[in-house]
Structures are given as C-alpha cells and as structure tokens.
Design a protein around this ligand. Structure first.
Ligand code: FE2
Length: 414
C-alpha cells in the first residue's frame, strides 16, 4: 500500500509512505504530485500518525453501569458498592462479551494498543481468565497488555499475594497495585515492595494505581519511585492517577520531583474520571483532583492520558474516543497554551507508547509495523479544535477501519 499527501508531525511539507508485508518500507518527502494506484490512500494533506494508545482502562468492568443499579451520587464509594454487587455475578462469557464490544469501540477511534487493568481480587480469577482469551481473540484489532490489578488490595485481601503471583503465572503482562487503598500505611509500603519484587523476578512491567485520592498525606508515589530508582527499573514502571499530587504542597513536591526525575518512571492521568470522582469531600473552593500533568511534563517526565472507564459504576459516559479525553484533559490541566496545543497528540500517542514499553513495535519509522492513522485535520491544534477523528486506521498494512465525516448542508432560506 502507498499513502500519499501525508503530513507528518514536526516535519515540513508532504510525504509518501510505502507499506509492504505488514511493515513500513519507506517514508519520503513528496517532490511531485504522485498518482494514486488501486488500494492506495490519499491522506489529502492531513496528519498521518501512529495509532492512538489507551494506556489505562478497566475492560472487565466496562459496560456495567446500571447493573444491578445506577450510581445515583456519582461517587467513588457508591461506585464500589455497585461494583461489589455486579462483581458477584460476573462470568467469563459476560466479561468477554463486554470487553469485545469495548475493544471494538476503541478500535473505531483509532486505538491499536491497550493496557487494561483486570481485577484479580477474586479467588476464581474469572475476569483474568476471560481477558487472557480476549487478548488472543482480539489481536486483529489491538495489542492488549493485561495488568494484574488487586482492586481490593494485596495485603488487605485474603490470599492477595498468592492471587497476584498466580495471575502473573497465568500470563498477565503487568504487575499492578493499589497501596493507598490498603488498610494501613505499612501495608501500602509492603504491597509496593512485594509487587516490585514480583515484577523484578518475573520480568513483567509495573503499573500501580497510586495515590488515587485527594488526601495530601497519601504518599506512596515516593515509595514506588524510590523502589524503581534503586532497582534501575524506572523505564518499566508507571504510576497511574497520582491525584493526591494535586493536593501536595509545593515544598513537598519540590523534593518529590527530584526523586521522580531520577526514577525515570511514567505517569498516566485519567482526567475525565478524576475530575468526576475526586474533590467529593470538598465544599468550596473545590479541588480539581488531578495530578500535575503540565508540571511533570515541564520537568521532563513522561505523562500520558487514559480513559479509565467506559460506562461502568464509576463513570457512566465514554465511547472509546481518546481524543475526547485529550480535549477535556487539556482544559482540566490548564494546558490550552499554544505550545501545549501544538504537541497535544503526544499525550495519546508517543508518551503512552513509551509508558507501555512498546519500543520498536510503535512509531512511523522504516522497518516498524505498518500501523497508522490518517486523521481529519493537518495539525495537533486543528485535530483538537475541530474535534477531529481518524479517517482511516491501518493495521499490519491493511485498512482496519475507515470513517466518512458528516457533511453539513444549509438550505437556501434567503
Ligand atoms: Fe483505574
């Protein structure tokens, strides 16, 4: 396949790309107007980018909002109650059907790489068994990383350590954690040491739900970062949420940022979910309850955005469109400055790929997999401003999805 009239981020002029045998065989600056052969695609001067990445979602809980009842307050705690009731009824088939439907929605929005957290605080590991099958059955749509996620704690849940070890033995790719949810600070610290040991032993990546609270005393990020730094594992470790950082004072943050920089860990922020669930104990003024996204980026750290939930007890909205989360996140994090707008797509492409350790399996370079999107606008700024979408998603050199944008016609009423 030949793609012509492609605009590439941070490069002048138009380019043409050749895709052969599932790989990108060449990318070259376009000198003269090329002819379009059968099966070729004309990007029409629009951006061509590597696929969008979803670095943080819970596919085992997706599409369960309203089952068995709706979260009326919209709070995290009522969400946990609703999920407790729904979780008692999950089956492998039910989990697989919902996950498959959501993966289709993600793929329809240009996402080809997904990291899903899967609740392993279940003696039967039902959701994990289902998601391991979905990972294989969905390879034509997405590359899926599965996080062994202890929703109810590692130390605070019966046999929590054994369930984590079993989940990794069964084939989970990433070790998760939730230290701020453990009963005590000591348990939180020991859970982080345990999960880092497990990751080091097994060679797995790490992604911890870390300090997902407005409590400024929730300080497990420093524990995770120091474990990553001292073990030399920073590039394999991600801290998700870290919303407490939005409530840390600047004196503590100044010290923390030094450690974070040395650790080299990545961050995932889920701004739509956090703005909805955090700040719930405040009257006014009310905190935003998101981590310091722009400040981390300016300090040279790797940060990306995720959706977290789609239509589950914690978050009733979502349709798979990560650009919706990007636009909201830019607002929520005070990132509508022009420089932020010019590089906005980093937050849902390259930065997320780095957090997921995709390495040479990702990116528009010769020899890499022929996975890419043709977007509906010519720059990061225009994609955001026009609420653009992918027009084509190409995977392994084949068109996976194509979209026709709606056309608006006015009647002549003059
Ligand atoms: Fe999450």
């Amino acid at each position: 396949m030949h793609i012509i009239n492609a605009r590439l981020r941070n490069q002048e002029g138009l380019h043409e790309l050749n895709l052969e045998n599932g790989l990108i065989s060449s990318i070259a600056r376009q000198i003269e107007a090329p002819t379009l052969g059968p099966g070729d695609l004309d990007a029409g001067g629009n951006l061509v980018v590597p696929p969008f990445v979803e670095p943080h979602i819970h596919l085992d809980a997706t599409l369960t909002a309203g089952e068995p009842r709706w979260n009326m307050s919209g709070t995290l705690f009522e969400g946990i109650e609703c999920w407790g009731e729904r979780k008692a009824t999950i089956t492998q088939e039910d989990t697989k059907a919902r996950a498959r439907k959501t993966i289709q929605a993600l793929a329809a929005h240009g996402i080809q790489h997904v990291r899903t957290h899967v609740d392993v605080t279940d003696p039967e590991l039902t959701a994990l068994k289902a998601m391991l099958e979905v990972r294989e059955e969905s390879r034509h749509l997405v590359d899926l990383q599965i996080v062994a996620f202890p929703q109810e704690g590692i130390e605070s849940y019966h046999n929590g350590r054994e369930l984590m070890e079993e989940a990794i033995r069964m084939g989970a790719d990433v070790v998760g954690g939730i230290p701020h949810f453990e009963y005590t600070r000591d348990q939180g610290v020991s859970s982080v040491k345990f999960l880092m040991d497990l990751a080091e032993r097994s060679g797995c990546l790490v992604d911890v739900h870390c300090d997902e609270t407005d409590d400024p005393q929730s300080r497990f990020l420093e524990v995770l970062a120091e474990e990553a730094r001292s073990r030399g594992m920073g590039s394999r470790v991600t801290a998700s949420h870290t919303t407490a950082m939005g409530s840390y004072d600047n004196a503590y943050c100044a010290k923390l940022f030094r450690l974070l920089g040395h650790s080299g860990i990545s961050f995932v922020s889920c701004p739509t979910e956090s703005i909805h669930l955090q700040g719930r104990f405040d009257n006014f003024p009310k905190r935003r309850g998101v981590t310091r996204v722009n400040e981390l980026l300016e300090a040279g750290m790797n940060v990306c955005f995720g959706q977290d939930s789609i239509v589950d007890p914690w978050y009733p909205l979502g349709n798979g469109n990560i650009l919706r989360v990007l636009e909201a996140g830019l607002h929520i994090c005070h990132m509508l400055g022009y420089r932020n707008l010019q590089s906005a797509l980093d937050l849902v492409t390259d930065n997320s790929a780095r957090a997921m350790n995709l390495g040479e399996r990702y990116g528009l370079e010769r020899g890499r997999p022929a996975n890419l999107l043709i977007l509906s606008a010519e720059s990061d700024y225009e994609v955001i401003r026009s609420q653009g979408l992918p027009l084509y998603s190409v995977r392994n050199g084949e068109v996976l999805m194509k979209r026709t944008m709606p056309v608006v016609e006015f009647s002549d009423l003059s």
